[in-house]
Design a protein. Structure first.
Length: 192
């Protein structure tokens, strides 16, 4: 089985995440996509996050109707901050018969050289990259790499930050969220 790992804080998960993950699983050679809920990205402040299990619950609710999309809490019990290389090593030990690949936006590919052990990641794993609109037009140093695959997925310009700010400002953002996620956010009064 070939699994695409879609890492993120998913604070909250939104329809853009689902569109990209579904596109990856339907239009590439991936059999499943796992949404890896990250407790703490080395690049984000923890104070702005809902707790791990609330974000996992949202991912669970968002993916429950999709057989090829799965929530993952694999990083919850790993040392923090979470580095992708450590998670990959852990997953490979736990699921030796699976092949794992990383899913990332084109914007993340441009800073990929800053990731811990990025050379080792590229040696061992394939990267599936979806397009993002960016003001930075310089091509990534990994553009021509044989393990980097550009997937012609729809460009989704929805962000979790925008959703959180909009909810706080009293705006209706229901169309940007899966129904089950919207119900949960509304019921729990998150981000208000």
């Amino acid at each position: 089985m070939k699994v695409g790992l879609f890492f993120g804080s998913f604070n909250p998960i939104h329809v853009g995440h689902l569109v990209i993950a579904n596109h990856m699983v339907e239009y590439s050679d991936l059999d499943q996509v796992w949404f890896v809920v990250t407790p703490q990205s080395p690049f984000k402040k923890k104070s702005s996050l809902l707790n791990n299990y609330q974000r996992l619950e949202m991912v669970y609710r968002a993916t429950q109707d999709y057989t090829k999309l799965k929530p993952s809490d694999i990083e919850f019990n790993l040392t923090q901050p979470n580095y992708t290389i450590n998670t990959l090593v852990h997953l490979q030990e736990k699921y030796p018969d699976y092949t794992f690949a990383l899913i990332m936006g084109e914007d993340n590919l441009k800073s990929f050289h800053k990731w811990k052990n990025f050379e080792l990641i590229l040696e061992e794993y394939h990267l599936y990259v979806y397009p993002r609109i960016s003001k930075d037009t310089t091509e990534s140093q990994f553009h021509q790499h044989d393990k980097v695959h550009f997937i012609d997925a729809p460009i989704m310009e929805i962000s979790s930050t925008f959703i959180r700010q909009s909810i706080k400002a009293g705006k209706l953002v229901k169309p940007m969220l899966p129904d089950h996620v919207w119900s949960y956010l509304d019921e729990m009064n998150f981000y208000k």
